[in-house]
Design a protein around this ligand. Structure first.
Ligand SMILES: *[C@@H]1O[C@H](CO)[C@@H](O)[C@H](O)[C@H]1NC(C)=O
Ligand SMILES: *[C@@H]1O[C@H](CO)[C@@H](O)[C@H](O)[C@H]1NC(C)=O
Ligand SMILES: *[C@@H]1O[C@H](CO)[C@@H](O)[C@H](O)[C@H]1NC(C)=O
Ligand SMILES: *[C@@H]1O[C@H](CO)[C@@H](O)[C@H](O)[C@H]1NC(C)=O
Ligand SMILES: *[C@@H]1O[C@H](CO)[C@@H](O)[C@H](O)[C@H]1NC(C)=O
Ligand SMILES: *[C@@H]1O[C@H](CO)[C@@H](O)[C@H](O)[C@H]1NC(C)=O
Length: 672
């Protein structure tokens, strides 16, 4: 059997004698609830080693795939060159592309009164086909999220104003921009010996693709679909190898350069996490010339960061970046990014979300379909009966298009005021404050200190002593006083937002009374109160009522800094684990008096009250540590995390640079 495979590889491969068969993962196993599975590492090892896996046995997939692929080329031909853009690739291959985006039906069949027989069959099967791939993508993302587990820090991304975060891979993929391409390639001329598409990395996070098949241009011809061995990857051994898959139902998941830009650099430094570094797969396409009666068809679904996610490296949102790339105005393309294909232009409608996909008893709001019933509204008539309109608004009665993230909800309102930012409080004067921070944050009267500053936050310190069985603590924040909080993380396994939802915390605020419309009333002066954060709703207005008496605590607030000082043995009657460890969270806002978002100023950390040992993240279970990990943990505890993250980022930028300078036509999402 092995011998047969090898000789096949030599016969068919046009690049080298090497062949590569991706690890095949059963869909049923991928979709199982991982908590009840023996196998906790189904895909991560392979994604780390090779960067791709093939998912098989997706229910019903083989059948619809066959139907879609069989009619794809014929339908494209029937639609004609005006409807379906084509590109002449450098080896003389003609590529025709139908493009689509998640949540939108393919637009090609809407304006055509009558559609051809092939298109009818293609369209019928393509809906089921796309749904299948969509489901498989969700299952894959959920599984990857689970297997990365606590090895990765969250959030992975946020919007530029920090008003929404994408916590983990699942969250990222749920809101991802998803672009789909149905390609048909024909290489009739043998004049060129060049590659059809040169070796490159995809720009996105990952791609799910159905490998190339040779089909007859006449779907009525009885000739069966034939797997096409023209897809070449660089395997982990460094060799260019032809990809071998199973024609009937393979769906390959392959990592793009996005893993270097926003996944790998969020992995912790310990050896367990570092074994999960995902590998982006360099790949190329080398089509062999063929007879005009044949076409090579291919489907790919690229998963890209959400449109409103912010890329610090380019100081733009990923959506803006893609718009710039699409417009092909290369003078505006930030350094280090490759070009993009014209076919993305077809996706503008999808990308801009002009049409709402929501049901009648829902409204597009806060970037999702919100059920109206939850807000006491039955349907649009509930509002029109009151002579009002149904709109997506914020607590200040300003309207949103419904596609932005933030504290928005459906309401009956005739407001015509667009969302504006809340008023900002006076900010730090950086020149004066910078030199004063070290002095402010350190207080030699405390026994222990954990430096909470990271590369991304403004700077913070937690200091504490144990006095008469109580914690005497001080959280210092390198920013002015919007609010400042510290408390016990919610350690429940289903706790959201890294243990913030459902947490018991102390919050220092500049005023006692709060209204979501007008913010904090600061006339009372600063107070510290105890709160239980809502288990799913993060906006303050959902849990704004403090619990119990005011704790023994106070606030120091200057034109530069804020500190929350307290002395207690519990928060909301939950005792500190004074003789052991506690997992804490902190957060601060130096922007407004509206209990606004903390942005990057927050973290989860663990400390041993007596010994002073402290580190970021959840409690580490000592039994599972090997020597390597202990060493790395020690390094983290020593605060040496930032450097290597920066190094990783630099390496990934360097890789992108080399690529874009060596190959100008490198098209990011043009994987075949
Ligand atoms: C676990 O995964 C390995 C490798 O993929 C496989 O051989 C084994 O059968 C799996 N075991 C279970 C119980 O699923
Ligand atoms: C191209 O095909 C023609 C006809 O099949 C053949 O004679 C010629 O040698 C081929 N050229 C190359 C470069 O393979
Ligand atoms: C294939 O067969 C169908 C029905 O048998 C017919 O309508 C269609 O025109 C044929 N297509 C081609 C390209 O001959
Ligand atoms: C492809 O998959 C089908 C269905 O699982 C199986 O019967 C067939 O043997 C596979 N072919 C190869 C070459 O692995
Ligand atoms: C609200 O707007 C709707 C539609 O524009 C209009 O018909 C209605 O009279 C307005 N209601 C009020 C109270 O102004
Ligand atoms: C208290 O700390 C010890 C030592 O880390 C730990 O084993 C124990 O689970 C903690 N107890 C609680 C209630 O958190």
């Amino acid at each position: 059997m092995k011998l047969a495979l090898v000789s096949l590889a030599i016969l068919f491969s046009s690049v080298s004698g090497e062949s590569f068969s991706p690890k095949r993962i059963d869909y049923g196993m991928l979709a199982q609830d991982p908590l009840y599975m023996e196998n906790t590492s189904l895909i991560i090892n392979e994604l780390s080693k090779e960067g791709l896996v093939s998912v098989t046995n997706i229910p019903g997939f083989a059948q619809v795939k066959k139907q879609v692929m069989k009619h794809l080329h014929a339908c494209i031909t029937d639609l004609g060159d005006d409807a379906v853009p084509s590109a002449l690739l450098k080896d003389g291959t003609i590529r025709r592309t139908m493009a689509g985006a998640k949540g939108h039906s393919l637009s090609y069949f809407e304006s055509h009164g009558t559609i051809s027989h092939s298109c009818e069959l293609f369209q019928a099967a393509s809906d089921a086909f796309r749904n299948s791939v969509d489901e498989a993508t969700d299952v894959f993302a959920q599984r990857l999220s689970f297997e990365l587990g606590s090895s990765i820090s969250s959030p992975l991304m946020s919007t530029q104003d920090g008003s929404h975060t994408y916590e983990d891979v699942k969250d990222l993929v749920d809101s991802a921009e998803v672009l789909e391409h149905f390609h048909s390639y024909q290489k009739i001329s043998n004049a060129s010996t060049e590659a059809t598409i040169d070796l490159h990395l995809d720009q996105g996070f990952f791609i799910a693709f159905s490998p190339g098949l040779d089909v007859s241009v006449d779907p009525n011809a009885s000739q069966p679909l034939k797997i096409n061995h023209d897809f070449v990857i660089v395997a982990s051994d460094g060799k260019e190898s032809t990809l071998y898959t199973n024609e009937s139902d393979d769906l390959v998941f392959m990592m793009g350069d996005g893993v270097n830009q926003y996944i790998n650099n969020h992995l912790h430094q310990d050896s367990v996490a570092q074994n999960k570094v995902l590998r982006a797969v360099p790949h190329s396409v080398v089509l062999a010339p063929h007879d005009p009666s044949v076409a090579r068809v291919w489907y790919g679904r690229m998963v890209l960061p959400p449109r409103d996610a912010y890329s610090a490296v380019t100081d733009k949102s990923y959506g803006d970046l893609r718009d710039i790339l699409m417009s092909r105005d290369t003078s505006r393309v930030p350094a280090g990014l490759g070009c993009s294909s014209v076919t993305m232009r077809a996706l503008n409608a999808g990308g801009n979300h002009n049409d709402s996909p929501c049901a009648e008893d829902e409204l597009q709001c806060w970037a999702m379909c919100m059920p109206l019933a939850k807000f006491g509204i039955e349907n649009e008539a509930t509002c029109t009966d009151q002579d009002l309109r149904l709109q997506c608004v914020n607590p200040r009665d300003q309207f949103s298009t419904g596609f932005a993230h933030g504290d928005y909800f459906p309401a009956c309102s005739n407001t015509t005021q667009e969302v504006t930012p809340v008023p900002q409080i006076p900010q730090q004067d950086e020149d004066t404050c910078a030199s004063l921070w070290e002095e402010f944050r350190m207080d030699s009267s405390y026994d222990h200190h954990f430096d909470l500053s990271t590369d991304v936050n403004d700077g913070a310190s937690f200091m504490w002593s144990i006095v008469d069985g109580k914690v005497k603590g001080r959280l210092a924040f390198n920013n002015v006083f919007g609010w400042l909080s510290v408390g016990l993380a919610n350690k429940a396994v289903d706790a959201k937002k890294n243990g913030m939802n459902g947490a018991n915390v102390l919050i220092a605020t500049p005023g006692r009374e709060y209204s979501a419309q007008t913010g904090l009333d600061t006339s009372s002066g600063p107070v510290v109160q105890e709160y239980l954060i809502h288990s799913s709703e993060s906006s303050f207005r959902h849990w704004q009522t403090p619990i119990g008496e005011d704790p023994a605590a106070s606030v120091v607030s200057t034109e530069c800094f804020t500190a929350l000082e307290f002395e207690t043995d519990n928060i909301n009657d939950i005792p500190f684990n004074i003789t052991g460890t506690d997992e804490l969270i902190w957060a601060g806002n130096g922007n407004d008096h509206f209990m606004g978002y903390h942005g990057k100023n927050r973290d989860r950390f663990t400390l041993n009250w007596m010994s002073g040992e402290s580190y970021f993240g959840k409690l580490k279970v000592v039994e599972e540590e090997d020597d390597e990990m202990k060493k790395n943990n020690a390094a983290i505890i020593g605060g040496a995390v930032g450097g290597s993250v920066a190094a990783l980022l630099l390496i990934s930028l360097a890789v992108m640079k080399i690529r874009s300078s060596s190959n100008k036509n490198d098209v990011s999402e043009q994987a075949p």
